[in-house]
Design a protein around this ligand. Structure first.
Ligand code: FAD
Length: 291
């Protein structure tokens, strides 16, 4: 049986990091999921002037300070992208892109805002020819054709893995860098428009061409929260929360950009702190109910 954490925190932006630090102080067993590059929104900021106590700081410098803070407190980052979170009643089961499973009594979603809109047809055919995880679903495409839409060079590894099983792999890079892929993989520089099919997806329509295929893999940096956590109540593109950062699912909390505007570092960090204290109260109450 896998190890059970008190709290799984998904996201390594200011919201997730702040939640992790407060939970560490409250002696909770935490699993912080994301990566040590933290957040592209920290790395890309040229100069930040409204983060309390650290004026005129570059995103790179702020990220460095965040990491130092984590290291000093002994908070580790587990470098994983979570693809699904299932509420199992008494606990949560989390699945990752590398096919790992984790268990936690509670979850904090701090995944940042997902600005990319789904392609027309994407949600309709999800699980029927559309997937977000090549590593997980590649075995279903043995001897078949697959198209991968990759939003970062990191996804090239997924295309390579798919090429080991599929009869043909086409790769559509959504970034400027030239992909470094094995010869057999077709690189297609075009812009996806929609996904079509009947009972299952069988065609990717791009601006300049159409590709008939058995499966379409859309590998974004993040998936929308409603797809990540089935049953989660949304308010437009944001997760609906109350002032305690509680979602409609008991034991599931959310904070940062993903719960609404204004999109700001200090708001995200503040909400991460509130979520952490609410989780602490939730876990303590749960423990009392059991004893
Ligand atoms: C160029 C730029 C400049 C900015 N300047 C300022 C400024 O001067 N002042 C200010 O206050 N704000 C500024 N912002 C806004 C600020 O960056 C955001 O409000 C803040 O980063 C939000 O923090 P967050 O923790 O909610 O989300 P994010 O910082 O977006 O972090 C979310 C993290 O979760 C990870 N993640 C997502 N899904 C998953 C998953 N399924 N599994 C694992 N990890 C996942 C993401 O990769 C990311 O690392 C700026 C933003 C940009 C883009």
């Amino acid at each position: 049986m896998s190890e059970r954490y008190d709290v799984a925190i998904i996201g390594t932006g200011p919201a997730g990091l702040s939640a992790a630090i407060t939970l560490k102080i409250r002696n909770k067993k935490i699993l912080l999921l994301g990566n040590r590059e933290l957040s592209p929104k920290i790395a890309k900021a040229h100069e930040i002037n409204n983060y309390l106590g650290i004026p005129a700081v570059s995103g790179a410098e702020l990220g460095k300070r965040f990491l130092e803070h984590l290291d000093q407190m002994g908070v580790e980052i587990t470098e994983e992208q979570i693809t699904a979170v299932y509420a199992m009643g008494d606990y949560f089961n989390l699945q990752s892109k590398t096919n790992q499973e984790y268990e936690a009594d509670s979850v904090i979603i701090a995944t940042g805002v997902n600005l990319g809109k789904p392609y027309p047809g994407e949600e309709k055919f999800l699980g029927r020819g559309v997937s977000y995880c090549a590593t997980c679903d590649a075995p279903l495409y043995r001897g078949k054709e697959a198209v991968i839409i990759g939003f970062s060079p990191k996804e090239e590894a997924e295309a390579e893995f798919m090429a080991e099983v599929a009869s043909k792999v086409s790769y559509v890079p959504m970034y400027k860098e030239e992909p470094n892929l094995s010869e057999g993989i077709d690189v297609i520089r075009d812009v996806p428009v929609s996904i079509e099919g009947n009972r299952k997806a069988d065609k990717l329509v791009l601006k300049a061409q159409e590709i008939e295929t058995d499966g379409i893999f859309i590998l974004r940096e993040s998936v929308s929260p409603a797809q990540l956590v089935p049953g989660l109540k949304m308010d437009g593109n944001h997760i609906e929360v109350n002032r305690k950062m509680e979602t409609n699912i008991s034991g599931c909390f959310a904070c940062g950009d993903i719960v609404g505007t204004p999109y700001q570092y200090i708001k995200s960090a503040g909400e991460g702190n509130v979520a952490a204290l609410s989780v602490t109260a939730y876990l303590d109450q749960k423990k009392k109910n059991k004893s």
